[in-house]
Design a protein around this ligand. Structure first.
Ligand SMILES: *Cc1c(COP(=O)(O)O)cnc(C)c1O
Length: 400
């Protein structure tokens, strides 16, 4: 529960996501500042003994300690909840802290997860190397075969988990179908919505119970801060909150402040990312050194109609395969000039990565193949530079 009457609620009830992103803000202090100040404080003071007792007993909504809640994180959470259509949320120090805490809070030893095989590399390692320590197991379904899901569900299955678009293959999963399967089998549907952001896709509309974000990517958009969020149904987030306030993965108020300001420009930034990405994808599709290109809003994408149905635009990530296998890939990366070779994505600066040798190198060759990652595959996170300059760099690198 936010500890404040975030002013947005008082002004307008129903509004567009652009407006929520800008106008959801903490009440002004006596200074009447226009931009929200930074509450860089670890703890908060009490009026008297009774105030302190009642606050700890949760008889009143009250900031106590920034591991539990802080005004800046409350503002960020409230904003993301409005944009996602969620009841409540919690903000974490990183996307992975959000992923881990969500599972850890909602699962017991012996429980089982059914997940799309195409999940973020660290999430995969969580499933395969960390959760088995506590007797939590998982089964994967291929992103393009959701009809296998029902055969994987066991009596102890609790969570159905997926990302869409997937990383790095930008494949699309049918969120409405996942919602139906989860409801039919009484499972919780948890969706990592990092690649789409709440501006492009709201999984709760399709039946998700909890939506997870890495705020590190498009939400921050300038590669400055790590952050994560879990938002969703009140009763589930309350369990996540109770787990997190004890175990301590809370987001720092500074990062929350940065991120809440970043969200003010999320819709305009993401619109431009998507326009640029579509131009880059079209260019790559016409290039003779490129084997194939995948971008959700290219008509050649295998799930183009689904992408159109559940997303407002295609996002910032384009995947493609350079001709010439590993050697062709190495030449391409060595020739790249303007674009950054970096592990991040969703930055104003365009970034190219080679998933097989970096983010997904911990997977076996077979696991990579099953996740749709080929040896010569390049993931490009298209930034906000002029598209002609991005394309010129790609063109010269491909011509090597
Ligand atoms: C980056 C990422 C994460 C992890 O987020 P961090 O902030 O790096 O911990 C989780 N899921 C997806 C899809 C991501 O891209």
């Amino acid at each position: 529960m936010p500890n404040f009457n975030i002013t947005n609620h008082i002004i307008v009830k129903k509004q567009h996501t652009e407006t929520s992103a800008i106008r959801t803000q903490l009440p002004r202090t006596d200074f009447q500042e226009h931009s929200v100040p930074l509450y860089l404080t670890s703890s908060f003071v009490f009026e008297d003994a009774e105030d302190m007792r009642a606050s700890f007993a949760e008889e009143k909504a009250r900031t106590i300690y920034s591991r539990y809640a802080n005004p800046n994180t409350d503002e960020l959470i409230e904003k993301v909840c409005l944009m996602e259509g969620a009841e409540r949320g919690f903000a974490f120090a990183s996307g992975m802290a959000a992923v881990f805490s969500t599972f850890a809070a909602l699962l017991d030893s012996g429980d089982h997860i059914v997940a799309s095989r195409s999940v973020f590399g660290s999430t995969h390692t969580l499933f395969t190397s960390i959760f088995p320590k506590w007797g939590i197991s998982h089964s994967y379904f291929p992103f393009d075969a959701p009809e296998q899901i029902e055969s994987l569900i066991r009596p102890e299955t609790r969570i159905l988990y997926a990302e869409s678009p997937t990383n790095p293959g930008v494949d699309i999963l049918d969120l409405e179908l996942l919602g139906e399967i989860a409801r039919k089998h009484n499972l919780l549907l948890v969706i990592d919505n990092c690649f789409a952001t709440p501006y492009l896709q709201q999984p709760i509309r399709f039946g998700a119970d909890v939506v997870i974000h890495s705020g590190t990517k498009l939400m921050d958009g300038q590669g400055r801060v790590l952050a994560g969020l879990a938002v969703g149904a009140e009763s589930l987030i309350d369990r996540i909150y109770r787990f997190a306030r004890i175990t301590g993965p809370a987001l720092s108020p500074f990062n929350a402040w940065v991120l809440s300001k970043s969200l003010e420009t999320l819709p305009v930034r993401v619109d431009r990312h998507c326009e640029n990405a579509l131009q880059v994808a079209r260019f790559l599709e016409s290039h003779k050194k490129v084997h194939w290109v995948k971008y959700p809003f290219l008509p050649s994408h295998p799930q183009y109609d689904l992408a159109k149905k559940q997303m407002k635009a295609g996002g910032c990530v384009v995947a493609f395969e350079v001709k010439g296998g590993v050697e062709g890939g190495r030449n391409f990366f060595d020739r790249i000039g303007l674009l950054s070779l970096s592990a991040n994505l969703g930055d104003s600066r365009s970034i190219v990565t080679h998933p097989a040798s970096t983010t997904h190198s911990k997977l076996s060759a077979k696991e990579r193949a099953q996740s749709g990652i080929t040896d010569g595959m390049v993931r490009i996170s298209v930034g906000l530079e002029h598209p002609e300059d991005i394309i010129a760099d790609l063109d010269q690198a491909l011509s090597g």
